[in-house]
Ligand binder design. Structure first.
Ligand code: FAD
Ligand code: EPU
Length: 339
């Protein structure tokens, strides 16, 4: 455990933004984390950033504090009953590797979340979700270290207060806790979820002989690879904005003029509209200014073609927000964490 100074964060964020951290260190044990957090060289208590895979973060400037890269490792079964395995994974495990481990061991429930970049520790922060499943559907508890109180606390599913890309860690307790490990409740007998249309289509294309968690995982890997840019090739952080929830009235106003609107009804009063559709309608899909752009295959993904700065990506996101607001009276909210 060594504190480095003025190091480039480019290898540590999937947008490949070349911002610098004043101090940088990784931690592989809880004791190392505690020692780093109590280091008196730190300028202010606020200037700490816990980093997993850096796949949901945009650095718009240099970070004038200590970046703590989570390297806590380990996966173990805590207990099992007739229906479930309770599997605890340390926060620094790579999420997709954890999913593959579950598939290999026949623990069902996370297969629809295959190929999401990042760490186990970040999975509850924004309640990661894809293809009809969210972390809240499989989460048992979260163990986290309270930075100021210096205590380890356990959060039950209810206490995490999960919503669409939301949790207590992203809101009420933002920046206060370091997630140490997550326990997932995974089924012994799989309950397969192929409700997201494209999954069945892909399974057919694959000529999959049986409906297994392994085949569903592969179908999702295929779908995702066909439309989301690989951060190793083109910098990005997945969906840059959330899909907005609007009133039935607002949806109807848009629908009357655009019968092809991509949206679905959530309840009697509300609709969720595909932000990608709104952005595409405003003409941004495939747009590029210098090295900052809007992905030509999926308009919700902003990209760094090489040497864009975080500020250029941020400015582009601001222009998109303004144009969507002007055209549809809908204010897009960023999903990516801006630093
Ligand atoms: P980071 O980017 O390192 O951190 C994100 C935030 O969480 C930061 O605020 C950080 O401080 C905080 N944080 C991280 N670890 C901890 C910890 N241990 N304790 C406390 N705070 C912590 N997301 C989805 O939900 N669904 C998708 O389908 C999806 N697809 C994606 C596709 C691509 C190509 C990319 C690049 C991203 C995608 N994402 C998706 C976003 C991203 O993968 C997830 O948000 C992921 O959980 C981020 O993990 P991370 O470890 O990289 O987090
Ligand atoms: N669409 C367009 N233009 C585009 C792309 C899509 O109009 O360029 C429309 C299409 O009608 C399509 C609809 O938008 O049917 C939805 O697109 P997609 O299925 O690609 O999903 P999304 O709503 O854009 C969300 C999540 C993704 C997640 C996928 C699959 C959010 C913000 N994003 O994307 O999560 O992987 O569904 O479940 O909810 C992430 O959070 O980073 C992320 C990638």
């Amino acid at each position: 455990m060594q504190i480095q100074e003025n190091i480039s964060l480019k290898p540590y964020n999937t947008f490949n933004i070349d911002a610098k951290a004043k101090y940088f260190s990784s931690f592989a044990t809880v004791d190392e984390l505690i020692e780093l957090l109590s280091n008196s060289r730190l300028p202010t208590p606020d200037s700490r950033l816990i980093l997993g895979g850096g796949s949901n973060i945009l650095f718009t400037k240099d970070f004038d504090g200590l970046v703590l890269k989570n390297e806590l490792k380990g996966i173990e079964i805590m207990k099992e009953d007739d229906k479930f395995y309770y599997v605890k994974a340390a926060a620094g495990e790579v999420w997709h590797e954890f999913v593959l481990h579950c598939i290999d061991h026949n623990y069902a429930g996370v297969e629809n979340l295959s190929l999401i970049p990042g760490s186990v520790g970040a999975s509850p922060i924004q309640n990661i979700g894809a293809y009809g499943v969210e972390i809240k559907d499989v989460l048992e508890s979260v163990e986290a270290y309270h930075i100021n109180d210096k205590t380890i606390q356990t959060f039950s599913l209810d206490e995490c207060a999960f919503g669409y890309r939301e949790s207590v860690f992203k809101n009420k307790y933002k920046g206060q806790f370091v997630v140490l490990n997550v326990t997932y409740k995974l089924r012994k007998l799989s309950q397969l979820n192929t409700s997201y249309g494209a999954i069945n289509e892909e399974l057919e294309k694959m000529h999959a002989k049986d409906l297994s968690i392994k085949n569903i995982s592969q179908a999702i890997i295929n779908i995702r690879s066909s439309k989301l840019p690989d951060p190793k090739v083109v910098g990005n952080a997945g969906s840059f904005f959330k899909n907005p929830v609007v009133s039935k009235f607002r949806w109807h106003v848009i629908w009357e003029q655009n019968k092809n609107i991509s949206a679905y009804q959530i309840d009697d009063m509300n609709y969720k509209i595909a932000a990608a559709w709104l952005i595409e309608q405003c003409g941004w899909k495939g747009y590029r200014k210098n090295d900052a752009g809007c992905n030509p295959l999926q308009a919700l993904v902003l990209v760094n073609y090489g040497n864009a700065t975080g500020k250029e990506i941020y400015d582009l996101s601001e222009e998109i927000i303004i144009s969507v607001k002007n055209k549809f009276s809908i204010e897009l909210e960023r999903e990516v964490n801006i630093v």
